[in-house]
Ligand binder design. Sequence first.
Ligand code: AMP
Ligand code: MN
Ligand code: MN
Ligand code: MN
Length: 296
Amino acid sequence: MLPSAANISIHRLLRYDLHLHSRCSDGVLAPAALVARAAVAGVDILALTDHDCTDGIAEAAAAAHAAGIGFVAGVEISVTWQEMTVHIVGLGIAIDDAPLQHGLASLIERRRERGSEIARKLAKRRIHDAYEGAVALTGGTVLGRAHFARFLVQQGYVSTQAAAFKQYLARGAAAYAPVRWAALAEAVGWINAAGGQAVIAHPTRYKLSNGKLRQLLGEFKQCGGAAIEVVCGGQAAHTTAHSAQLASEFGLAASVGSDFHSPDTPWLEPGKLAPLPEACVPVWRDWSHAAPTQLS
Ligand code: AMP
Ligand code: MN
Ligand code: MN
Ligand code: MN
């Protein structure tokens, strides 16, 4: 463990990436392969944040240890807020926490039910066996729309995953099936009770009006939220500046994450993130547990 004064200066220099997916949710790499890729790309501290699932954490932690980089146990929880889906990342969670795992299990079950509904809607459009096809493309427990998108591409119904979302899977599209995810306070509560920090993922990607985004940030802060992602993969500099301003206005810390899913999206590769603006309070300010092993 590092002395705290050293932490502050060293942690400013380290390269963090605190939002990545493995094939345990809708990423394509195994947890160990993901960690190896991030380490080669120069990431010093990494968080695995699969959707509603922590199954990849043990493998990723072991791979990070072997590669000599820091590791943070994470998750990206699906939340319904005002009839919209919002993603809350939990960082530094105890994955054996029973209420957290109970909550995640209920979300994974809702994902299965939604998967059946999506498949029913696709069948009406003469696209058959989509449920089995999508499940066959999962590497773990979590079934997501991305698996349906990959199925639709593989079967030649569309040429890209983006087209699959646009035509079939996005809100309002032909096979869209709504889900009631966790409530905001519920997800933040699970994360905090498991000893973690709650972070609003990609806050500017929700197509919320400025007023609604501020309402979300206010409610999030009030129910115990810690941070927002200020630097997200592939984001424009002016968006980062806007998010930094919002973080400081709401007294929230700042996180950084590529949201890497697959080597097919090179603009979201791990470790390619812009530095956090100077004025931000990093979400890792008080961390000592995540120091890379070569520094501890
Ligand atoms: P789900 O949590 O199963 O509803 O799926 C959400 C995931 O789908 C996101 O985390 C992205 O990985 C992926 N996704 C959402 N929109 C698109 C899109 N337009 N193109 C490709 N992938 C998308
Ligand atoms: Mn995803
Ligand atoms: Mn997300
Ligand atoms: Mn994500």
